[in-house]
Design a protein around this ligand. Structure first.
Ligand SMILES: *Cc1c(COP(=O)(O)O)cnc(C)c1O
Length: 372
């Protein structure tokens, strides 16, 4: 069976360095918010070209803390609206409701799976305070257009970068910058299966806003800048030393791993040629880091069964749209045509930096042989 993602094989490549880093933390006697976190934050801020990076417990908390900090700073008030794509992973939406804010779902472009700028503008009301844009599956959203809309309506732009570490966006003026510095603040997840994955949970916020960074530094640590003095009703959301040490090792190989993912994606794009299948639309090759390779077919169940029968694991990202989830019963009667269609047709093929070209070739061949 070709697995969807072989995490053991990915981490085995760096075994010696990971074990050394782990031993260094054990020997240090300091396990939470210490030197490894400080160094990782510097290294990841440099990587993303932002002034600040703050390690937190996971990707969901990164987004929760950004919004909470804006509330503490008086930029956003409880009950305000935040625009978010209707087809995102549930965590983006949970971060909004967790803060007592109202998620306003906006349909994606059916081809890129990402927010369609035209529809964003139609969704702006007097209560809208932010756009939470998601670089879904690893492809950067149309940031120039989104930033233009945000400027016009005085909105904050928050990037959900959980699936897009290192993706490059080429701005209208022509220079390229990585995700994480393209809006006002960004949230990253380092869940083991993400493109930059820890060996447990982890997350980070990146931003150039010093007030926001300072507020989140306190909020992630019980709302405290100074031990036993609590300025905010904060959280305990810290990146631990062992995960920071693991991430420092893996960050050094992120660009190499991204290139390997891009090579797999290119082989799929060039090789798959079956009229029953729609391939993902790529707007700019540098702007996609291929967290997932998502195809569309109206015969999804049949294709998934066929792939399983032929030794290929595939997954669905995601089977149920957020507005049809039990958690959001209040949206049960709402209609999001694009999102609903996507949730019925998308299928993710195996993609990872450790797949061999033989495996990719085999999958391409099997898919091209498939007929009803
Ligand atoms: C994984 C993910 C998150 C949440 O990250 P965790 O570290 O699992 O909390 C948020 N948004 C998106 C788009 C994700 O894929």
């Amino acid at each position: 069976m070709i697995p969807f993602l072989d995490l053991k094989k990915i981490n085995a490549q760096y075994q010696t360095e990971l074990k050394e880093a782990c031993a260094r933390v054990i020997d240090s006697g300091w396990y939470v918010l210490g030197n490894e976190v400080v160094e990782f934050e510097k290294e990841f801020a440099t990587y993303c070209e932002t002034k600040y990076c703050l390690g937190v417990a996971n990707g969901l908390d990164a987004l929760v803390l950004i919004l909470r900090a804006y509330i503490e700073l008086g930029v956003i008030q409880k009950g305000d609206e935040v625009i978010v794509p209707s087809n995102t992973y549930i965590a983006s939406i949970l971060a909004i409701s967790e803060n007592g804010l109202t998620p306003v779902l906006v349909e994606p472009d059916i081809n890129t799976f990402n927010l369609a700028p035209k529809l964003i503008e139609q969704a702006v009301t007097k209560k809208t305070k932010a756009i939470l844009t998601v670089h879904l599956y690893g492809q950067v959203t149309a940031m120039d257009e989104i930033n233009t809309i945000a400027k016009k309506h005085n909105l904050k732009v928050i990037e959900d970068c959980a699936q897009a570490h290192g993706a490059l966006y080429t701005e209208k003026e022509g220079h390229s910058r990585k995700v994480g510095c393209l809006g006002d603040a960004a949230g990253f997840s380092f869940y083991p299966g993400k493109n930059l994955g820890a060996l447990g949970d982890g997350g980070a916020v990146t931003t150039n806003d010093s007030e926001l960074a300072k507020t989140i530094t306190a909020l992630r640590n019980y709302g405290s800048h100074e031990k036993y003095k609590n300025q905010y009703k904060g959280m305990n959301s810290r990146l631990d030393e062992i995960q920071a040490a693991m991430l420092r090792v893996k960050l050094r190989y992120l660009d190499k791993e991204t290139s390997a993912r891009q090579a797999v994606a290119l082989a799929y794009l060039k090789g798959i040629n079956n009229p029953l299948i729609e391939l993902p639309v790529v707007e700019d090759v540098n702007a996609h880091v291929w967290h997932l390779f998502v195809i569309k077919t109206t015969q999804r169940e049949k294709l998934a069964d066929y792939l399983t029968a032929n030794g290929v694991q595939s997954l669905i990202h995601y089977p149920i749209p957020p507005h049809k989830q039990g958690a959001y019963k209040e949206w049960g009667n709402d209609v999001f045509d694009v999102s609903e269609k996507l949730h019925m047709e998308v299928l993710s093929l195996p993609i990872s930096p450790v797949m061999t070209m033989n495996e990719v070739g085999y999958i391409v061949n099997e898919i091209n042989k498939w007929s009803l």
